[in-house]
Design a protein around this ligand. Structure first.
Ligand SMILES: [Zn+2]
Length: 380
């Protein structure tokens, strides 16, 4: 059952949020794990038994051999005129410009400091900055073993002034039967920036934009804890298949990752889908249909798609921006959560945005719809 309006009035009450998560977790019999303490608050994660147990019943069958087909037209047919223009030969310079604009806008606009990936080499580990591009031993570097796509990563509240993200993830969880919840392979992060949520601020207490800080796991306890948790879960040993193949390490990647956000300038729902031609996990090319349009279709029952052709300096077609990765740019502005996941841990990566000026009930409902659609697609 979705939370009531009364709950939404307390959307910035972190203790209340976690209280409600405790109820959901207890009902489903899934531990709410304390990850780390940061800025005076404990951070939590939920890992369902279906993701966590290396040899749980029915799990082998659940591993998709190939990712399920999407419901939208193949990309080549679905391209709008705007998108086709975007993908012309001038794309690279245009994206360079839009990246520049994106880099300078959101953080500064809301008073965050931007950590610098390139000048902070002492504090970043080997996967920081440039190293991120080749950080995945089995994936991006083209190693010998393909990662098995399995499960879904969902995070909310990395920006504390985007409360429909944290409420949306909780509302989705509250609507699940305990049986279904346990059987879905999920890693959920209910709120990555509790201090920001309580204070209605985009950044952390020290003014950092966590979504530009995923190269700073050694200095930022939140980033370190999230990365360690994901690495642990994705490297669990699994058995082979029904043929009786003996157990051996089978590192996994998430079939999909979903980052929940909101935008004060939003006129509807939109999203970023990292283009897999960017050679992330499994060195995979964009050979299957993208899911972005299907997520927006699901959200459209509650909110319109953002009609703007350009958002934060980037060209967007019907609410979808298929992001290309400019490593030099990210090395300067810092790494977002989505890029880390794309390069190291996830087949598909989505950053979804609901418009902050709309009613919170609609925004929460739209977030729930996109979470459900992603999980359905990834576990089909
Ligand atoms: Zn955000």
């Amino acid at each position: 059952m979705p939370p009531t309006s009364a709950a939404h009035l307390r959307a910035h009450d972190y203790r209340y949020l976690i209280e409600r998560w405790r109820v959901v977790a207890k009902r489903a019999g899934i531990p709410l794990r304390r990850l780390v303490r940061a800025d005076g608050y404990d951070l939590y994660a939920l890992v369902t038994p279906a993701l966590s147990l290396p040899n749980g019943p029915g799990l082998t069958a659940a591993i998709p051999k190939t990712l399920p087909p999407c419901e939208v037209q193949p990309r080549s047919q679905a391209r709008s005129e705007v998108q086709l223009r975007n993908e012309g030969e001038n794309e690279e310079p245009r994206l360079e410009r839009s990246e520049r604009s994106r880099a300078s806008e959101p953080s500064r606009r809301r008073g965050c400091e931007r950590p610098r990936a390139t000048t902070d080499t002492k504090n970043q580990d080997s996967s920081g900055a440039r190293g991120l591009a080749v950080a995945s031993p089995q994936g991006a570097s083209g190693g010998e073993q393909q990662l098995i796509p399995f499960g879904v990563y969902v995070s909310a509240g990395i920006h504390g002034d985007e409360p429909a993200s944290t409420e949306g993830l909780l509302a989705w969880a509250e609507a699940q039967s305990p049986g279904r919840f346990r059987k879905l392979p999920l890693l959920l992060l209910p709120c990555l920036n509790p201090w920001g949520l309580v204070n209605n601020r985009r950044c952390t207490e020290t003014g950092l934009d966590l979504n530009r800080s995923f190269h700073l796991e050694k200095t930022l306890p939140i980033i370190g804890a999230v990365k360690a948790l994901v690495a642990r879960e994705m490297n669990r040993t699994r058995t082979g298949d029904r043929t009786g193949e003996p157990p051996r390490p089978r590192p996994r990647s998430f079939a999909a990752s979903l980052m929940l956000h909101e935008d004060y300038d939003g006129q509807g729902v939109y999203l970023y889908e990292v283009a897999r031609s960017n050679r992330g996990v499994n060195n995979r090319k964009d050979t299957t249909c993208p899911w972005g349009e299907a997520l927006l279709t699901a959200a459209r029952a509650h909110l319109p798609t953002d009609p703007r052709p350009k958002i934060d300096g980037r060209k967007v077609a019907a609410g979808v921006h298929r992001r290309r990765i400019d490593f030099k740019r990210f090395a300067k502005i810092g790494y977002p959560e989505a890029i880390w996941l794309h390069l190291e841990h996830s087949e598909r990566t989505f950053t979804v945005e609901t418009p902050s000026e709309f009613a919170i009930e609609q925004r929460v409902a739209a977030q729930v719809a996109m979470i459900e659609k992603t999980i359905e697609n990834a576990t089909a």
